[in-house]
Ligand binder design. Structure first.
Ligand SMILES: *Cc1c(COP(=O)(O)O)cnc(C)c1O
Length: 466
């Protein structure tokens, strides 16, 4: 399988190259040259497979040029062995139609572990083969940072520098990063906002001199390998609910469009998906884009669902690429226009293409709190605010009652305990595996929000490119 850029001019790479590169050199995102697909019989044969066995079956066509089956099994076993539930992503039934898919049983309590535990394994394997060293620089508003750090902590050929806005992530989120004392982990608290931190990271990647001295990589969801790992749980849960003999709908709390795009890929690969519901909070650029074609940036409104407080959705470009008939030049032109005006209109034919599979909903703070209370009162389930946005959208989707609707439970409720307690009166407790988070030593450095300060800090500590 070769990987091509959504903007048509970067060189095609194999899986290993696309994983290590992250972003394509023309500013686009890597996607497989074609979607592999499974027959009904092949999907039916996934019934009864374990999570790791399903992962190997689903990901094999994407990685076969670079990883033999024994290696893939070993990496998946190591990545998913760190989850606290044997089913890795178990289903919970809420009523006769509504289900939850729990994606928070990994080490840092959010769905990002599913992808980042595997990405850590992939990085280590490819770097050992090349005898190369990688410097990861990222900015986080919470969940990505801790999941990325946990995925690479202690790995010899990787250094990770993670910027977070000082005083603006929750105590749990900060401690999940800063109590990791492995020598290759550098936490940096920036005196500024998340946007400042992200702007610094972008500036470092765009600085030719700096970028040339280190082999830089990104761990945000523009990395194809992350999305690939997320396709697995759509297959794993769908066959448990009757696929391929019936179609399943999914409601996905959405920010950067990574998780729900993985559902789209599952459908492209032959999984019968009745609907993908894109659930947004009041930062609703995706709901506007899908329902009216208006893809324009506003300002970000902070909410109780910080992982969905976005201005733009980077992975949306991957869907646009398919909807435009995989015309890289057309996408490059569209995105250039968008990057200069911060707005674009999705043409009607592309929107119609999207609506065949996607629907969308915008859920405000009241809708979110109602969904948390409904889950608690009617099903005895305490859910996190992000999951509640998804469940609210699922319950108002109007899908026929014979279609199971699975909401992706993207975070453990204890990660956002204050918001959960406000809505339900119940204070969720942290699972035992992270229980002593508040007793552990923290380590981080505080820097001013300037590119130069961060560049100097990284240059002093990172391993130069060979
Ligand atoms: C990252 C995240 C999301 C959004 O996922 P995308 O792939 O960016 O759409 C939703 N909920 C939680 C808890 C997250 O951490």
């Amino acid at each position: 399988m070769r990987y091509i850029s959504t903007r048509g001019s970067a060189p095609a790479l194999d899986f290993e190259g696309a994983t290590l590169a992250g972003l394509a050199s023309d500013g686009g995102l890597y996607v497989p040259e074609s979607w592999p697909s499974f027959s009904r019989d092949e999907i039916a044969a996934m019934r009864g497979l374990s999570y790791v066995e399903t992962a190997v079956a689903v990901m094999r066509p994407f990685v076969a040029d670079n990883l033999d089956e024994a290696t893939l099994i070993r990496l998946c076993t190591a990545a998913y062995g760190r989850f606290s539930h044997d089913a890795v992503t178990p289903l919970v039934q809420l009523d006769s139609q509504q289900w939850l898919m729990e994606l928070f049983h990994g080490p840092t309590l959010a769905f990002k572990d599913v992808a980042l535990q595997l990405l850590g394994q992939l990085f280590e394997t490819f770097l050992a083969k090349r005898d190369a060293h990688l410097t990861i620089i990222g900015a986080t508003s919470g969940d990505t940072g801790s999941a990325a750090i946990d995925g690479v902590a202690g790995r010899a050929k990787i250094d990770i520098f993670m910027l977070h806005p000082h005083g603006r992530v929750s105590d749990v989120q900060r401690r999940q990063m800063t109590t990791v004392l492995a020598p290759n982990v550098y936490n940096i608290a920036i005196d500024g906002s998340f946007d400042d931190a992200q702007a610094i990271v972008k500036a470092l990647f765009n600085d030719r001199d700096f970028n040339g001295r280190f082999t830089l990589s990104a761990v945000n969801s523009i990395n194809w390998a992350r999305l690939m790992a997320q396709i697995v749980y759509y297959f794993y849960t769908a066959v448990r609910l009757g696929a391929p003999d019936r179609a399943i709908a999914y409601s996905v709390p959405t920010g950067n469009f990574g998780d729900v795009f993985a559902g789209y890929v599952a459908a492209k690969m032959g999984l019968p998906v009745a609907k993908l519901i894109v659930a947004t909070n009041v930062n609703d650029i995706l709901h506007r884009a899908l329902s009216t074609g208006d893809y324009s940036c506003g300002t970000v409104t902070p909410t109780a669902t910080p992982s969905m407080d976005i201005q733009v959705s980077s992975n949306f470009e991957r869907l646009l690429f398919d909807l435009a008939g995989r015309d890289g030049a057309a996408i490059a032109a569209m995105m250039a226009g968008f990057e200069s005006t911060r707005a674009m209109t999705i043409p009607a034919d592309m929107r119609a293409g999207a609506q065949a599979l996607f629907s969308s909903a915008r859920v405000d703070a009241d809708g979110m709190a109602d969904a948390m209370r409904w889950a608690a009162d009617r099903a005895g389930q305490i859910i996190d605010p992000h999951t509640a946005i998804g469940l609210a959208a699922a319950r108002t989707s109007g899908l026929s009652s014979d279609i199971p609707v699975v909401t992706l439970a993207t975070a453990h409720p204890a990660k956002f305990g204050d918001a959960v307690e406000r809505a339900t009166g119940v204070r969720p407790s942290l699972p035992a595996r992270v229980g002593n988070l508040f007793d552990r030593e923290e380590r981080y450095d505080r820097l001013p929000a300037t590119k130069d300060a961060v560049a100097a800090y990284v240059a002093e500590r990172a391993t130069p490119a060979a």
